[in-house]
Design a protein around this ligand. Structure first.
Ligand code: C2G
Length: 445
């Protein structure tokens, strides 16, 4: 008996999938089909899969070609499956030509010609039109955003607006997108807006984008004032538009796993959260010089406040800010201490003082520790009273990690509310409120 194995996501099952399975089955007697899990697809960068695993399996079953269906959960599984099931032939579409030659040591590898003019990506796009993204701002973060957005299917990077014409031209040239000097032209050419301009311009740009009927993804901190945050969310709601604050950590899979563990009771009741993030900045940069909007807390505060708000919530009983200021009065190091009815927390950040950036969550039965860069969570440990017992967790964090927030933003635009809990409007408003209190304590507002 000749055994064949093939793998795939089989999202929005189509003619190409059907023909591939048919020809794979014709190569022998017994066909095993590996269907990928959502987690594995996310890990390999396929972020916008529409059908659930159950639906995708059902669709493969319905073809009648599969004698056995298995789940593909991780990279490196194929070689073990081939050995375990005594497979004779590994078959896959020709879009993977060469990629699986390493399996030739174990079995025959056959690349079947891919069916032309049909793909899950095409169908996803047909069902939900591509969202053209317009970018406001041309700084470091905008540079990181474009390559990440290009990995998310369903969006295209259309153009860039910057009132400084030369910056817009240089940026547009580098990324082969359209530069806009005129805001009206810019808004009429795009469906959604990504704001990565200096902090003080966020409010105006968000308001204007919403007035033009555009969904908005705005870099953190969205605004530095509670009333503005409330007003903007209310306005977006009235206009049925999505307003989304881009704190990348909130959307990355490892951070979710960590929060899940923290809330699961494994470490008992959480009593203390300590989050620290420091990043030494060059003296001349905007971060250390912008008299009002620069400084450590406006730059990094969103990251360090995030795990605290996620774990203890918004109802702290007291908050205190302690800062070390540079010569120009801006905070080069800030520590925020919060008291809650059931615990205490500290958020520490610095642009001019280096510290051990770690996230520590202590409970009545144990603690979780994630070392820097925990804000791109890919690994953390759980420790207990018995020092010999340590649970280790890892998760992928691809590239600069913006792809996760872009993908969640897109799914919210398409009407799904399944990722809303990752950073709620209430949490964004609470962050703006804390920023405002900080600015007032520093006499900057
Ligand atoms: N396919 C095809 N013709 C198309 C589209 C897809 O022959 N027009 C084939 C692919 O080459 C693949 C199978 O159908 O062999 C499943 O395709 P996908 O669902 O896109 O899955 P893929 O990402 O290719 O998963 O571990 C997963 C595998 O490595 C492949």
């Amino acid at each position: 008996m000749t055994k064949i194995i093939t793998y795939g996501t089989f999202d929005l099952f189509h003619e190409g999938h059907y023909r591939l399975l048919k020809r794979a089955k014709e190569l022998g007697d017994y066909l095993i089909v590996g269907v990928t899990t959502e987690a594995y697809d996310k890990a390999r960068g396929k972020l916008n899969v529409v059908d659930s695993l159950v639906t995708r399996i059902e669709n493969v079953k319905k073809t009648g070609f599969a004698d056995e269906i298995i789940i593909e959960e991780s990279q490196g599984q194929k070689i073990n499956d081939i050995r375990k099931f005594h497979v004779d032939i590994f078959a896959i579409g020709s879009d993977w030509m060469g990629a699986f030659d390493y399996l030739k040591d174990c079995c025959k590898v056959v690349y079947l010609e891919r069916t032309k003019n049909i793909s899950s990506t095409m169908l996803r796009e047909k069902n939900s039109p591509i969202q053209r993204i317009g970018i406001i701002g041309t700084g470091r973060i905008a540079e990181r955003f474009i390559p990440e957005a290009r990995l998310v299917s369903g969006v295209s990077t259309q153009g860039v607006y910057n009132p400084h014409k030369d910056s817009a031209l240089r940026f547009a040239d580098r990324w082969e997108i359209t530069p806009y000097e005129n805001m009206e032209d810019f808004f009429s050419a795009v469906d959604v807006v990504y704001i990565a301009s200096p902090h003080d311009t966020h409010y105006g740009y968000i308001r204007s984008a919403l007035e033009h009927g555009k969904h908005v993804l705005c870099e953190k901190p969205m605004v530095l004032c509670k009333a503005q945050a409330e007003e903007l969310f209310a306005y977006a709601g009235e206009k049925n538009l999505i307003l989304f604050e881009g704190i990348k950590t909130a959307y990355c899979p490892g951070f979710h796993k960590l929060l899940g563990i923290a809330c699961s009771g494994i470490i008992g009741s959480v009593r203390n959260v300590e989050a620290c993030f420091t990043k030494l900045e060059k003296k001349g940069g905007r971060e250390l010089n912008d008299r009002i909007y620069g400084g450590s807390f406006t730059e990094l505060g969103s990251y360090v406040m995030l795990p605290i708000l996620k774990i203890f919530g918004k109802d702290y009983t007291s908050i205190r800010f302690d800062t070390i200021q540079g010569e120009n009065g801006l905070d080069i190091f800030t520590k925020v201490s919060l008291n809650y009815p059931t615990g205490i927390a500290t958020a520490t950040c610095g642009l001019g003082v280096k510290s051990e950036g770690r996230l520590l969550i202590a409970g009545t039965k144990g603690y979780i520790v994630a070392e820097a860069p925990w804000w791109k969570t890919s690994y953390f440990e759980v420790h207990y009273e018995d020092a010999g017992k340590v649970d280790k967790y890892s998760e992928t964090f691809l590239g600069d990690g913006l792809r996760y927030e872009i993908s969640d933003f897109l799914s919210m635009i398409r009407g799904s509310s399944s990722s809303e809990f990752k950073l709620t409007r209430g949490e964004s408003v609470a962050l703006a409120d804390i920023m405002e209190q900080f600015m007032k304590t520093e006499n900057r507002l």
